[in-house]
Design a protein around this ligand. Structure first.
Ligand SMILES: O=C(O)CC1=CCC(=O)O1
Length: 266
């Protein structure tokens, strides 16, 4: 477990295998989660990659900074972390808002990126009204009030079975995020629209989505993939919005297969 202050924010991060000469893979977490969502994927891929995970500002053990955030704030934190670690190029994998942070990083610091993996994300998710309603509701009533609806989009009914001990654990992860950090990131999503720029992505790209994703449904992610030249599109069976938790072996397999073709370029 490591911490570093960058951009005036104390960031919580973890690295494995850096300096071993392996290609670097970076994971960016989604709204209302911290980097532990990648734990099983990291375990699957640690032999092949040096891996960086971190808690974006306002989430997990990273500082709040000054919400509301812009997507550029999130991307700047990641760029500063990679610069600090001496990572010159990496495969960037982002889930949901994490995928939007990856898009912003590609716009701002393309030198850092050799390939992109977009998981349950798009150039635009919802509209401004949708996000500002969510912000108002959470500011008034807290994350507890919206948690069950969010979890229905995150996970399949099978995962939400009361007998599955992981489910209440991830519910706890969601409701313990700081409200100001959560809604600060909602504001970044509300303002984010890269639809005009998706066609300019010029690195190998994989778009992947759970077949039961209730937040960014397969059709939305497929349309995003179509807008990116040469992007590969894959659907993971048996997963909602967070395949890294629900189907880590499948997701890791897709990442391994995709990166096998491009890792040598780094
Ligand atoms: O929380 C949700 O509803 C799903 C989601 C949208 C953006 C993100 O990062 O997660």
């Amino acid at each position: 477990m490591q911490f570093i202050t960058l951009n005036g924010i104390n960031l919580h991060f973890q690295v494995t295998g850096l300096g071993d000469g392996k290609p670097v893979l970076v994971f960016i977490n989604s709204l209302g989660t911290d980097f532990r969502i990648w734990r099983e994927v990291v375990a699957e891929l640690a032999d092949q990659f040096a891996i960086v995970t971190y808690d974006k500002r306002g989430h997990g053990l990273s500082d709040l900074g000054e919400p509301p955030y812009r997507m550029a704030d999130h991307a700047s934190d990641l760029a500063a972390l990679l610069d600090h670690l001496g990572v010159e190029k990496a495969i960037i994998c982002g889930l949901s808002i994490g995928g939007q942070i990856a898009q912003q990083l590609y716009a701002d610091r393309p030198d850092l990126i050799s390939a992109l993996i977009f998981c349950g994300t798009a150039a635009r998710i919802g509209d401004s009204d949708f996000w500002h309603q969510r912000i108002g509701n959470i500011e008034a009533n807290g994350l507890e009030a919206v948690a069950d609806g969010i979890l229905e989009r995150w996970f399949t009914p099978q995962f939400r079975d009361p007998a599955n001990v992981k489910f209440p654990g991830y519910r706890t992860m969601l409701v313990r995020q700081p409200v100001a950090g959560y809604v600060g990131s909602c504001a970044a999503i509300a303002a984010f629209d890269m639809r005009e720029k998706a066609g300019q992505i010029a690195v190998p790209t994989l778009c992947v989505v759970g077949d039961q994703d209730g937040a960014t449904p397969p059709e939305m992610v497929k349309d995003f993939a179509k807008a990116i030249p040469g992007a590969r599109f894959e659907i993971v069976a048996g997963a909602g919005h967070i395949p890294c938790v629900e189907t880590p072996e499948q997701l890791s397999g897709l990442i391994g297969d995709f990166t096998a073709k491009i890792a040598w370029e780094q």
